[in-house]
Design a protein around this ligand. Structure first.
Ligand code: CP
Ligand code: NVA
Length: 302
């Protein structure tokens, strides 16, 4: 099989995603029926974490076990990665002892360099620039609730961060509109905007949300940007998803948040816990979507 990685959403084409969304549905149904799906028996996943995680670690670790394989957790603090071993050397070694690797780290160039020296598929479990596993699960969740995302409108409220950049890539590949509203100074950087024909920018987050099928947001301060927290608290004060904003969206609009959420900052509790929120199913779907992804990278289409 040709070696493929999932480092950015745009590493796959529309047909791959159509397959993955359908496969995630099948794998989820089997899981709900307690049917074993041990297609990766005897395989090993190495998970490398240079940033904190609850959902990503749990969904990859539980998911790989449910596929019959053995996950191994490495972090910066207690591996040689934290003591300056070059990422290229780490990739050479780790990929000789495992079948697939997931990395959560800072710069995208770190996962790119790891993949360039890896003998096995590499998955981006979040970088400063992208979070492709989350948007995979999010679009799977959207399809479960509302059918195809093609032609629909997704509104991003807040920081133009790794999640926003990934939604931008997804909009081009899966053909939907993205409206983005961010405070001045926290908008989409030119390199993530380049050539995107599906995005429109709004100064007013309420206008961005008008008629949207999905309203989504994320924390004001992402991991790695903590020193900017005080300035961000001021700048983002008007970029909060609340009941008024959900009311201006399409009457059947849904709300997503990749989590963890800061209630009262980017989203009110009444929206996060309200009837339009699918955030908890969205979190669960990380498990099913990533099982489909790992099966696909190791075994191809089933
Ligand atoms: N959404 C997400 O990736 O959560 P964690 O940081 O808990 O992994
Ligand atoms: N944008 C957030 C997502 C966390 C899952 C961060 O990078 O911290």
């Amino acid at each position: 099989m040709t070696l493929r990685h999932y480092l950015q959403f745009k590493d796959f084409v529309r047909d791959d995603f159509d397959y993955l969304f359908e496969r995630a549905r099948v794998i989820k149904e089997k899981f709900k029926r307690y049917e074993p799906h041990h297609v990766l028996f005897d395989r090993t996943l190495v998970m490398i974490f240079e940033k904190a995680s609850t959902r990503t670690r749990l969904s990859f670790e539980a998911g790989f076990k449910q596929l019959g394989g053995s996950p191994i957790y490495l972090n910066t603090q207690d591996s040689q990665l934290g003591r300056g071993e070059p990422i290229e050397d780490s990739a050479e070694v780790i990929s000789r002892m495992s079948d697939i690797v997931m990395i959560r780290t800072f710069g995208q160039e770190i996962v790119d360099r790891f993949a360039a020296h890896s003998r096995v598929p590499v998955i981006n479990g979040l970088t400063n620039e992208y979070h492709p596993c989350q948007v995979l699960a999010d679009i799977f969740t959207f399809i479960e609730h509302k059918g195809s995302i093609q032609g629909k409108t997704v509104t991003w409220v807040g920081d133009a961060n790794n999640m926003c950049n990934t939604w931008l890539q997804a909009s081009e590949i899966l053909d939907f509109q993205v409206r983005v509203s961010s405070p001045e100074g926290y908008g989409i950087k030119p390199e993530f905007m380049a050539g995107n024909t599906r995005v429109s920018l709004f100064a007013d987050p309420m206008e961005a949300a008008r008629g949207a099928h999905l309203v989504t947001t994320d924390v004001w301060t992402s991991m790695g940007f903590e020193e900017e927290n005080a300035a961000r608290m001021k700048a983002f004060a008007d970029w909060r998803v609340d009941d008024e904003m959900m009311a201006i969206a399409d009457k059947d609009a849904i709300f997503m948040h990749c989590l963890p959420a800061h209630r009262g900052e980017e989203v009110t509790s009444s929206v996060l816990d309200g009837p339009q929120s699918v955030a908890w199913e969205e979190a669960e779907n990380r498990l099913h979507a990533q099982k489909a992804l790992m099966e696909f990278l190791l075994l191809g289409r089933q």
